[in-house]
Design a protein around this ligand. Structure first.
Ligand code: NAG
Ligand code: NAG
Ligand code: NAG
Length: 354
């Protein structure tokens, strides 16, 4: 599977195929989504956000993050972008929920939560020229309300890896793993790689980007005429430490799996990720042009320094510890949905656009 080759490539740190692979620790976990629900606090579901500390309830494209942020949780100190995904909850048999902790990826053992971020200019083993995102650029991939395989297939590379050990990079699935995963669950979020070349955003935050007409970026598929500009392959890996919930005696009596995305999705088909570009000046373009992996041209910082960039958050509510309901949702609603396949979450009216 070609999508696997990208992560395998990165793990083996091949110098012939340099790509940016770095860690961004957790900045904040809260119900905020300045891309889909600007100005709304709390937003419908909880996210974990990494990157620059300009993250806010509203983020005006006219004042991009580098002009507002004073620190970043990412290893590249000039990357003030914000990257976010939903978070995962474990549902106990008694109907209470607890947030699933995260664990660092291979090579980033000092990271405090967060995710691994990739930007790749590679098509297979061949470097391509790509156009870095422009100030004000933002995008979304995935639909938080999807609950069926058929829906999820509209996205090419939003997957899960059931980690047998920390190096497992095969066997990606579109749905949440159905059996306990010995080393945790990795969620993989790959964004489309073609841009219309004009719009920094679009009403659904996706229409300005597109997948190659065939295959994926990595398999060399050309961009469609409507979206002719090749952009870097942006890719998140998030590792959920599900290991302390692996005892099947804790799982639902009906045999279903117990993990639920914070938007109330126990199927996994609602996997999604958000991005607000925020690299300073042309640092990202330099990295993409110069075939560097650790990129000495770029200003970097240690994971420990990145961990120090935190923020108190804008929404005061409990997201950790045992909860009677997932923040923003009706208790038990996701369980019903996972059994019946598809249903309308109570929050859809707010997030109807995506
Ligand atoms: C968030 O936005 C508010 C209102 O514009 C502003 O007062 C505050 O300084 C911003 N916070 C950050 C961290 O940028
Ligand atoms: C529900 O079950 C969990 C796990 O056994 C337990 O820690 C928690 O206290 C229980 N919650 C309630 C409300 O009983
Ligand atoms: C789910 O299925 C159950 C059992 O068939 C039914 O009672 C319930 O109303 C369904 N829920 C939804 C939201 O369709």
């Amino acid at each position: 599977m070609r999508v696997t080759s990208l992560s395998t490539l990165a793990l083996t740190a091949s110098t012939a195929n340099a790509l940016l692979r770095f860690s961004c620790s957790q900045l904040v976990v809260e119900r905020l989504d300045p891309l889909v629900n600007p100005g709304i606090a709390p937003s419908p579901h909880v996210h974990q956000i990494v990157g620059g500390n300009a993250f806010n309830i509203t983020m005006d494209p006219a004042t991009p993050p580098p002009s507002q942020a004073t620190c970043t949780t990412c290893q590249f100190a000039d990357d003030f972008s914000n990257y976010w995904t939903a978070i995962l909850y474990f549902r106990a048999r008694n109907g209470s929920y607890i947030r699933v902790p995260q664990k660092p990826n291979v090579g980033f053992e000092q990271a405090a939560g967060g995710m691994t971020v990739y930007y790749s200019p590679y098509i297979g083993s061949r470097k391509s020229s790509v156009t870095a995102f422009k100030p004000g650029f933002r995008m979304l991939v995935g639909q938080q309300h999807y609950r069926t395989r058929q829906e999820a297939q509209k996205f090419r590379q939003l997957t899960y890896t059931c980690l047998q050990n920390m190096m497992t990079r095969t066997g990606e699935t579109l749905d949440m793993p159905k059996q306990p995963c010995a080393a945790g669950i990795m969620s993989n979020v790959r964004f489309p790689t073609c841009w219309d070349g004009k719009n920094l955003d679009s009403p659904d935050h996706m229409a300005h980007i597109a997948y190659p007409t065939t295959g994926t970026f990595e398999s060399g598929g050309p961009c469609p005429a409507t979206h002719p500009v090749k952009i870097p392959q942006l890719f998140y890996e998030v590792i959920w430490d599900t290991t302390k919930f692996n005892n099947k005696a804790l799982w639902p009596e009906d045999g279903s799996q117990p993990f639920v995305w914070s938007q109330g999705d126990a199927t996994g088909f609602g996997n999604h990720g958000d991005y607000i570009f925020g690299w300073k000046d042309n640092a990202l373009q330099i990295a993409m042009d110069s075939n560097c992996d650790f990129c000495p041209q770029l200003k970097s910082q240690s994971l420990a320094q990145g961990n120090k960039c935190t923020m108190s958050g804008h929404v005061r509510e409990k997201v950790d510890g045992w909860l009677d309901a997932i923040p923003g949702l009706t208790p038990g609603i996701e369980h019903e949905r996972s059994m019946n396949g598809s249903n309308t979450p109570k929050t859809d009216s707010v997030e109807g656009l995506i």
